[in-house]
Design a protein around this ligand. Structure first.
Ligand code: NAP
Length: 465
C-alpha cells in the first residue's frame, strides 16, 4: 500500500472513530453538543478525503461542480438550521433524512445506468439494487412525513384496499429488482421503472399513517437511509460510507424501537393502524366539567406546597415557555423553599429528548430532571403536580380504558398527586385525538391560557404574596 492510499484509509478509520465517539457523547445532555461537533468533524474529514481519493487514483475531479454543490447545500443547511424553530425540528430531520435516502438511491442509479454495477459481481449488484429501493422509498416517504408535519398536507389519504395496493407496489419493486440483477448488463428501462415504482411505494406506505406517528416513521426512514448508504458504500468500496451508514442504521433502528416501546406499540401497529388519523370526528371521552382557576390563585397554592412535580409536554415547546417556567421555579425554590422536580415522559413533545433539550436551554440543572420510571412512585406523596402543555402522556385512560387507542402506553401518574394543575389554552385534545379524564378529576384545576403567559402570571402571583 503506497503512502497516499494508506493516508486515505487511515483518515476513513479516524472518521469512523469520530462518528462512533460522537454518537456516544450524544447519549447525555451534558456531552451532546460536543458529540455533534465530533461527528461533524468526522464527516468533514471523510468528505475531504473522498474528494481527494478519486483524483489521486484516476485523475477524476470535477471539483468545480462538486464544490458548487457543497456550497449550495452547505449554505442552505446553515440558514435553515439557524432559523428552524424547536417545534419544527422533526420535519427538518425528515427533510434531511429524505435527502440522505435520495443521495444513496442516486448513487445506485448512476452505477446502474452506467453499467458499472454489473462489473463488481452479483453480491454488490444485489446491494446496489437493494440500496436503490430502500433509498428511494426513504426519500419519497420522508417527503410525505415532512409535508404532514409542516401542515402542507393537511389530510391523511386512505385508499380502499390500501394494504393490498401497498403490497402490490412492493411486489412490483421486488420483481423489477430481481429482473435487474438477472440482466446481463445495464438495463435503463428496468432501472427507470424501478425508480418510479419505489418512489410511489414510499408515498403509498407513508400517506395513510397518522400524524401522531410521524416521529416514529421518520426514525424508521432514518434507519433505512443508513442501511441504503451502507449498501452503496459496498458498491463504491468506500469504508467511511459503510461505517457511517451502519451507525445511522443501527442507531435509527434502536430509536424506532425505543419510541414504539415507550408507547407500548409494535412497529407493525405504527405502520398499519392509522393511529391519530384526523377523520374530522369529535373526540369521544369522559364527560363532565373542567374546574378552572386563575394563575394568581394557583401560585399561592404552589408557594405553600412542600413538594411540586412539573410535567412538561408539547405545549411548552409551542409556547416557548421554558425560560418563564424556570424563572417561576427558581422563585418557588429560593423564596418559598419548595422541593421542585421535573418529570419527563420518553415521548413527551414531538421527538425523543424534546423536553430535555427545552429544559437544558432554559438552564434547568440535570439533577432536577427525572425519567418516568424514577419519578412515578413519587406522585402519590407530592403536594402538587403541574402539567404544562402535556396531554397524552398524562392520560389515565392509558392505564384503564382498553378501548382507548393509547391503552397500554406507560404514563406519568399525575392523577395520583394530592392537587393537579394543568396549563393549556383550551379544551383541545392531544396529538392522539383522545380526550383526557385527568382534566375532569376532582383534584384537578385547569389554568387556561398560553403556557408562556401563564408562567409569567404565576411568577407575578408569587411576587404579590
Ligand atoms: P400532546 O398530547 O400532543 O398534548 C399537547 C397539549 O398542549 C395539547 O393538549 C394542547 O392543548 C396543549 N398546548 C398546545 N399549545 C399550547 C400552548 N401554546 N400553551 C399551552 N398549552 C398548549 O403532547 P404530549 O403530552 O407531550 O404527548 C406527545 C404525543 O406525541 C403523544 O401522543 C406521543 O405518543 C406522540 N409522539 C411523540 C413522540 C416523541 O418522540 N416525543 C414520538 C411519536 C409520537 P390546547 O390546544 O388546549 O392548548
Amino acid at each position: 500500500m503506497d503512502f497516499w492510499s494508506f493516508t486515505v484509509e487511515a483518515s476513513y478509520f479516524i472518521a469512523a472513530v469520530l462518528f462512533i465517539m460522537g454518537l456516544k457523547r450524544m447519549g447525555s445532555p451534558k456531552t451532546a453538543r460536543g458529540g455533534i461537533v465530533w461527528a461533524g468533524a468526522g464527516m468533514v474529514l471523510a468528505t475531504v478525503v473522498t474528494l481527494w481519493h478519486p483524483a489521486m487514483e484516476a485523475g477524476v475531479g470535477r471539483y468545480f461542480l462538486i464544490l458548487l454543490a457543497i456550497g449550495i447545500g452547505g449554505i442552505g443547511a446553515w440558514i435553515s438550521g439557524k432559523r428552524v424553530q424547536m417545534t419544527a425540528m422533526p420535519q427538518m430531520v425528515a427533510l434531511y433524512n429524505g435527502m440522505g435516502g435520495g443521495a444513496a438511491a442516486a448513487i445506485a442509479l448512476v452505477e446502474m445506468y452506467s453499467g458499472a454495477a454489473w462489473t463488481h459481481g452479483t453480491t454488490v449488484l444485489i446491494l446496489a439494487v437493494a440500496g436503490a429501493i430502500i433509498g428511494a422509498v426513504s426519500f419519497s416517504g420522508s417527503l410525505v412525513a415532512w409535508a404532514k408535519l409542516e401542515g402542507v398536507q393537511k389530510k391523511t389519504i386512505r385508499l380502499p384496499q390500501q394494504h393490498l395496493i401497498n403490497g402490490g407496489v412492493a411486489l412490483a419493486a421486488v420483481v423489477l429488482g430481481v429482473m435487474i440483477v438477472m440482466a446481463e448488463s445495464s438495463a435503463p428501462v428496468l432501472v427507470t421503472l424501478l425508480l418510479i415504482t419505489t418512489l410511489v411505494l414510499g408515498l403509498v406506505i407513508t400517506n395513510p399513517i397518522g400524524g401522531a406517528d410521524m416521529p416514529v416513521v421518520i426514525s424508521l426512514y432514518n434507519a433505512l437511509t443508513g442501511l441504503a448508504v451502507a449498501f452503496e458504500g459496498f458498491v463504491l468500496s468506500n469504508p467511511a460510507m459503510i461505517i457511517a451508514g451502519t451507525v445511522v442504521g443501527s442507531a435509527g433502528t434502536l430509536l424506532t424501537f425505543l419510541m414504539a416501546n415507550a408507547m407500548n406499540r409494535s412497529i407493525t401497529n405504527v405502520l398499519f393502524a392509522g393511529f391519530g388519523v384526523d377523520d374530522g370526528a369529535e373526540a369521544e371521552g369522559p364527560e363532565g366539567e373542567m374546574k378552572s382557576v386563575e394563575a394568581f390563585d394557583a401560585s399561592a397554592s404552589f408557594a405553600y406546597s412542600d413538594s411540586l412535580i412539573i410535567v412538561p409536554g408539547y405545549g411548552l415547546a409551542v409556547a416557548q415557555a421554558q425560560h418563564k417556567l424556570w424563572e417561576f421555579v427558581q422563585m418557588l425554590q429560593k423564596e418559598h423553599g419548595v422541593d421542585v422536580k421535573f418529570a419527563i415522559h420518553p415521548v413527551a413533545g414531538r421527538m425523543p429528548g424534546h423536553m430535555n433539550v427545552l429544559l437544558a436551554e432554559a438552564g434547568v440543572p440535570y439533577d432536577m430532571i427525572y425519567d418516568l420510571e424514577d419519578i412515578n412512585a413519587e406522585f402519590p406523596t407530592a403536594d402538587a403536580a403541574l402539567v404544562i402543555g402535556a396531554n397524552d402522556v398524562v392520560n389515565p385512560a392509558a392505564r384503564t380504558d382498553e378501548s382507548s387507542p393509547i391503552y397500554g402506553m406507560p404514563i406519568l401518574d399525575v392523577d395520583k398527586a394530592r392537587e393537579v394543575y394543568v396549563i393549556k389554552r383550551g379544551k383541545g385534545t392531544g396529538f392522539s385525538g383522545v380526550q383526557n379524564a385527568l382534566f375532569f378529576g376532582d383534584n384537578t384545576r385547569m389554568i387556561f391560557g398560553d403556557a408562556k403567559q401563564v408562567c409569567s402570571d404565576l411568577a407575578g402571583g408569587l411576587k404579590q404574596l
